[in-house]
Design a binder for this molecule. Sequence first.
Ligand SMILES: [Zn+2]
Ligand SMILES: [Zn+2]
Length: 86
Amino acid sequence: MTVQCSTCGEQWERDPALEVDCPACGADVGSQCRRPSGHPCAVHAGRDKRALREVAGYEQCPGADPEQSDTAVDRSQTDITQCSKR
Ligand SMILES: [Zn+2]
Ligand SMILES: [Zn+2]
């Protein structure tokens, strides 16, 4: 899944947050975050912050507004519905 930051336009072939497992929902490396119901959801903020610390080359978006977004990059353009088809 390609992810693009809608704030600065930076693109990753694979969401850097998926390179670590999620402390919030327990999703494994490479797996989309899920709600308790099992439906895919947006990356949890804790996972994103972990990725910021642990994934080389992944940094807080210079244009992201921390007041408006829990995550380092704005993934609001990401089509998470495509993940549910896997
Ligand atoms: Zn950005
Ligand atoms: Zn999660």
